[in-house]
Design a protein around this ligand. Structure first.
Ligand code: TRP
Length: 331
């Protein structure tokens, strides 16, 4: 029997998901669920590397879980779980911490950026964040890790640590590979199409949330920044229009150039109306499922409890092997 390859990925419960998060990550996860053995975690341990209000963190964690499922991750096919419920992540992290060089963590551009921005809270967790991420991945013997381009360096550390451990002790970890989405999935801000769509944007008109209602979506798309050329063309000179075409293409599975051709001689108004309708209709069932689950939290609880058990089963096997190899006496 051919064993399925293993996929691991996670997202931080740091607020509601945007259209960009969906198209750049979760949508791809749903395409993998039949072919791979998939583990998807809500990485709440990572989230506390920046200060969190406990109540907000709890809500965000549940909401992210609900979004995973609303977006089409089938809890029967995937192991969906909460990172802090599987203590093996922290235990493996400790072992890996002792094998990670200060120098390699110092080189992480994400740490350097965060260090610049959050000097008043420059905690050790931010520094060792990539080691926890490596532990996440290596515990499940993941072959592939779907992540954004911004996680490339962190993936390198995970691979280096796996190799280092295997060389120092013996073959233990699968060497994971990053699985980066194609450029096409990069969705830009509706207010500044040269910047990535992000929920940390100070202007909420810049992003669409999966949880936005139809009216809000229509308004945001109508208000989106375009240009004064007045022709719907898929071109880098018209980043606003290009972004709307990309959104449309992603949701309809059509070629952006073909979509543009359909609007020859028509203005931006008609185009925006159609884009808004496509987005609203696509998100409608997702939103309905999401609202249903948040109103039925017991159902969500059953899902993560079952996921926690399945995740821990696999994680504890790996950790046991690691502890033995390191020289800890089994209890
Ligand atoms: N660092 C990732 C991010 O911010 C989230 C994450 C944590 C992750 N652990 C992971 C992603 C393991 C993939 C695999 O996007």
């Amino acid at each position: 029997m051919d064993e399925k390859k293993v996929i691991f990925s996670g997202a931080q419960p740091s607020g509601k998901m945007t259209l960009g998060n969906y198209l750049g990550a979760i949508k791809n996860w749903t395409l993998l669920q039949d072919e791979y053995e998939c583990y998807y975690s809500v990485v709440d341990l990572h989230a506390i590397t920046v200060p969190q209000k406990p109540e907000v963190l709890r809500n965000n964690t549940i909401e992210l879980l609900a979004q995973y499922i609303a977006c089409g991750l089938d809890p029967e096919k995937n192991t969906i779980f909460i990172q802090s419920h599987v203590k093996e992540h922290l235990e493996l992290m400790w072992v890996l911490n002792t094998m990670t060089y200060m120098g390699e963590l110092n080189r992480m551009t994400q740490f350097k950026d965060k260090a610049k921005k959050s000097e008043e809270n420059l905690n050790a967790g931010l520094f060792t964040y990539p080691v926890l991420m490596a532990a996440d991945i290596l515990l499940y013997q993941a072959d592939l890790v779907p992540v954004g381009e911004d996680q490339r360096q962190h993936m390198e550390i995970a691979r280096d640590l796996a190799n280092r451990f295997n060389n120092r002790y013996s073959e233990t970890f699968t060497i994971p590979e990053g699985y980066m989405p194609k450029e096409g999935a990069r969705i830009m801000s509706l207010q500044d199409p040269t910047k990535k769509m992000s929920k940390s944007d100070s202007d909420p008109n810049g992003y669409i949330l999966l949880a936005d209602d139809s009216d809000a979506i229509v308004k945001k798309i109508k208000k989106s920044v375009t240009d004064s050329l007045g022709v719907v063309k898929y071109s880098d000179e018209q980043p606003g229009i290009k972004n709307l075409l990309d959104i449309c293409a992603n949701f309809s599975g059509r070629d952006p150039q073909d979509i543009a051709a359909q609007y020859e001689g028509k203005g931006y108004g008609a185009f925006k109306t159609d884009v808004a309708e496509i987005v609203v209709e696509y998100l409608r069932p997702i939103k309905e499922k999401y609202d249903y689950m948040l109103a039925n939290k017991d159902y969500l609880r059953d899902i993560y409890l079952a996921g926690d058990v399945k995740a821990q089963e696999k994680a504890s096997k790996t950790l046991k092997a690691v502890y033995e190899k390191v020289g800890f006496i089994p209890r």
